[in-house]
Design a protein around this ligand. Structure first.
Ligand SMILES: O=P(O)(O)OC[C@H]1O[C@H](OP(=O)(O)OP(=O)(O)O)[C@H](O)[C@@H]1O
Ligand SMILES: Nc1ncnc2[nH]cnc12
Length: 172
């Protein structure tokens, strides 16, 4: 079976009106998980990124093995209150709420090419906040990569002002 066959769709989670796409079952099946990582690696490698950046939590699961395959560094972007000061902080909205993301201000990214990776591109609020954090660290955005892009939520247009490719393994 292809990796998409393991994707779960849950109506009205985590709140009414949201069709939640659960990628975690994909990761539990070795062949499906390898297929995802192989495809991501193939699409992302040409971007020539020095560093993979990803938001907590599902982004971490993809970014760590991908960074290892690419021989790139890894910069985790965390939910509030998890990182010691000094941090850069961005407030953002996502499909089902709002929050803040933080990155350690001491991270050395000046002049580094950064690819931002996550499981789902919905409204784009989460990765837009990551991109702002990367820019505040002096990085150049090499691109964005997702397992799934939810076309109806138009996240891609939210990233229009950032000159970098937006890659997705599947567009639903
Ligand atoms: O494009 P957006 O509208 O910003 O939504 C996409 C984000 O929402 C989910 O994360 P969530 O905040 O639910 O956190 P989790 O990974 O900890 O489950 C998903 O993993 C993306 O990071
Ligand atoms: N519909 C959705 N499914 C999974 N993750 C999401 N993050 C934001 N919207 C989502």
């Amino acid at each position: 079976m292809a990796w998409m066959d393991y994707l779960r769709e849950i109506p009205d989670f985590p709140e009414p009106g949201v069709l939640f796409r659960d990628v975690l079952p994909v990761l539990a099946v070795p062949d499906a998980w390898r297929e995802v990582l192989d495809s991501l690696e193939q699409q992302v490698r040409p971007l020539g990124a020095h560093v993979v950046m990803a938001p907590e939590a599902r982004g971490f699961l993809l970014a760590a093995p991908l960074a290892d395959r690419l021989g790139a560094g890894l910069v985790p972007v965390r939910k509030p209150g998890k990182l010691p000061d000094p941090v850069f902080r961005e407030r953002y909205t996502l499909e089902y709420g709002e929050n803040q993301l933080e990155v350690e201000e001491t991270t050395v990214l000046k002049g580094r090419r950064v690819v931002i990776v996550d499981d789902v591109l919905a409204t784009g609020g989460t990765v837009k906040a990551c991109a702002h954090l990367a820019e505040r660290l002096g990085a150049e955005i090499a691109g964005f990569a997702f397992l799934i892009e939810l076309k109806a939520l138009n996240g891609r247009s939210r990233l229009d002002d950032i000159e970098a490719p937006v890659l997705a393994l599947e567009r639903l």
